[in-house]
Design a binder for this molecule. Structure first.
Ligand code: NDP
Length: 331
């Protein structure tokens, strides 16, 4: 059995030396009410960076010397629990372990005939729900409006933009490479996309890309990209603050422009959110996302890293933009 533990709290950008590998030669057995799980796919996500630090947050920090946990798809390989049988697949929060015993609490049985197993960590999992709930509940989109999405070629962003198109919005994406920008318009149907790494003046680029101004901003990155958006928002704009990956590794408080004047003069809304606060919407969201997938109105891409031992590196690669769509580890 292999386990990946948090060795120390990263300072700035995390490195492989912040993780520790443990290998044990033992057979796990199950007691009454328990199941034995074998990890199939592991989700690596930017928010895990927050849990590696001990700053106060909406979710407790990982403990030093304890396994990292994230979304995992696993196969039930032994069961003494009536709700699960051998051969079932489940998804839920689990340790970064090749095998583990669980009581089944918080695990969801998933159907591999409805969608590929990895999709339950992405478009039919946390990131798909984040895209749907954030855009519909806070963005309150109206057909004809302009939506800008940052981190647009990632797991959340690529779904946000596509939902925007389905709902009749004009959609502009921001991403970090020419290849990603091309993918946004060719594969995901965005109207326009901007490479923030090769664009000198994002404010002007956004102004050109959004001739009617910006009504909705779905923010995955924060920092200067989001400052540039503020210069182009319309009256009653809604800014959905989903994440701020550009500052997650900062060691000092970032210098940012003052948002208040922009909010005041545009009567604009800026709202942070955590997807788990919208759990009452999940059944509706899952139904809608699966329907759009079945109708080919929605598509998705994944970057798959092979091998359990490469899980930490896959996580680090998120901060280098190495993924297109959802970053997944195939165990
Ligand atoms: P992504 O699949 O978008 O992967 C991260 C991407 O971020 C990279 O591919 C990279 O793309 C981009 N990126 C990395 N560093 C920077 C930087 N310095 N500036 C700008 N972009 C950068 O991850 P997710 O879709 O899983 O998550 C997206 C965001 O949503 C994150 O901020 C995450 O924390 C947040 N989130 C929030 C949730 C909530 O409940 N609020 C739930 C899930 C996610 P590129 O090449 O374009 O730079």
């Amino acid at each position: 059995i292999q386990t990946i533990l948090l060795k120390k709290r990263p300072k700035g950008k995390p490195t492989l030396s912040d993780f520790e590998f443990l290998k044990e030669e033992k057979d796990l057995s199950v007691q009454e009410g328990e199941i034995l799980l074998e990890a199939t796919y592991i989700s690596v996500d930017p928010y895990l960076r927050g849990r590696m630090s001990d700053a106060k947050s909406y979710i407790p920090p990982f403990e030093i010397g304890k396994p990292i946990t994230s979304g995992v798809v696993a196969k039930v390989i032994a069961s003494k629990n009536d709700k699960f049988k051998q051969g079932d697949y489940v998804s839920g929060m689990m340790d970064w372990k090749t095998q583990q015993v669980s009581k089944g609490e918080g695990l969801l049985k998933i159907n591999k005939d409805l969608a590929p197993l990895s999709a339950y960590l992405g478009i039919l999992g946390m990131t798909g729900l984040t895209a749907y709930c954030g855009l519909t509940q806070i963005g309150k989109p109206q057909a004809g409006e302009t939506l800008v999405v940052s981190g647009a070629a990632g797991a959340v962003g690529s779904v946000v933009g596509q939902i925007g198109k389905i709902l009749g919005l004009y959609v502009v994406g921001i991403a970090g490479t020419d290849e990603k920008v091309a993918m946004l318009t060719s594969d995901f149907g965005f109207d326009h996309a901007i490479n923030y790494n090769t664009t000198e003046d994002m404010g002007t680029a956004l102004k050109t890309a959004c001739p009617d101004g910006i009504d909705i901003y779905f923010d995955n990155v924060g920092g200067p990209i989001s400052d540039a958006v503020l210069f182009n928002i319309n009256k009653f704009a809604r800014m959905i603050i989903c994440g701020a990956i550009s500052v997650y590794n900062n060691t000092e408080i970032p210098k940012s422009i003052s948002v208040q004047p922009f909010l005041v003069k545009n009567s604009a809304l800026m709202q942070g959110f955590i997807v788990s606060n919208y759990s009452e919407k999940f059944p509706e969201a899952m139904k809608q996302l699966s329907t759009w997938l079945a109708e080919d109105k929605l598509t998705y891409t994944e970057t798959t890293v092979e091998g359990f031992e490469n899980t930490p590196q896959a996580f680090l690669d998120l901060f280098e933009g190495k993924n297109k769509g959802k970053m997944i580890v195939k165990v």
